[in-house]
Design a protein around this ligand. Sequence first.
Ligand code: NCD
Length: 306
Amino acid sequence: MRHLMSPLDFSVEELDRLLDLANDIEANPKKYAHACDGKKIATLFYEPSTRTRLSFEAAMLNLGGSVLGFSSADSSSAAKGETVADTIRIISSYADICAMRHPKEGAPLVASMYSSIPVINAGDGGHQHPTQTLTDLLTIRTLKGRLDNITIGLCGDLKFGRTVHSLISALVRYPNVNFILISPEELRIPDYIRENVLRKNHQNFKEVVRLEDALPELDLLYMTRVQKERFFNEEDYVRMKDFYILDKAKLELAGPDMLILHPLPRVNEISAEVDDDPRAVYFRQAQYGVYVRMALILTLLEVEVC
Ligand code: NCD
């Protein structure tokens, strides 16, 4: 039985197969409509979510399966003090697979140790968000045509943004990926990513503060929101939250083929006037999240569709 805790749990070849499957699902949805008849996914969300939880649920429903779960810690027995280990022992007998989001880093890993069904990390604190990374890889590969030979700018809250941590970990495995890390001084990428992921893999990267300086060089711009819920005080958040605002005027500095991604939700970091720009692909990215989660469910449940 396999779980998904980090994007590195899949080899590059396995990821390729998963992304191929997601593309086939998009092209031939009917072929997969009964692939998971009779199966259930449990979504155990101890932290807020719109896209991740609902796209897991939509994915299972599209495959003919059904869903159960909770969408906040208050509405589960966590509020009474139940441990993740006990919860997952029980859920293992209610469902065939589960997706867990938790504010504590490592909680889904703990769950996987006590689980008899596959556990998917749907975001653990400021640590990792592997299924967002699968979504990002599918978006980039489908719309850009490749995952190698790219210059990607990651902009915003690189300290607490788990989507960025997971995406960097995944992209260092492809040849000739250049990273430009764009953040205020206080929200720079954590040392463990800089040292253990970027430097260790001899990756080309630079850290800058001004988005304007990076824009002309980029094939991809990955914008992120400042992660309010991970700040220790409101004042720091307020000072940081509008540090970057991508608007039409700034976009003039970018090339005509630069794609703009964002895991969403967006707050102010991309103004609404950018949404109509053909380079803005963040809403399509969210749609890809359903196909890739369908592919992931099929893969972890070892369901073959001919
Ligand atoms: C992201 C997350 O939860 O980390 N959202 C998502 O799953 N698409 C990004 C964010 O909340 O900023």
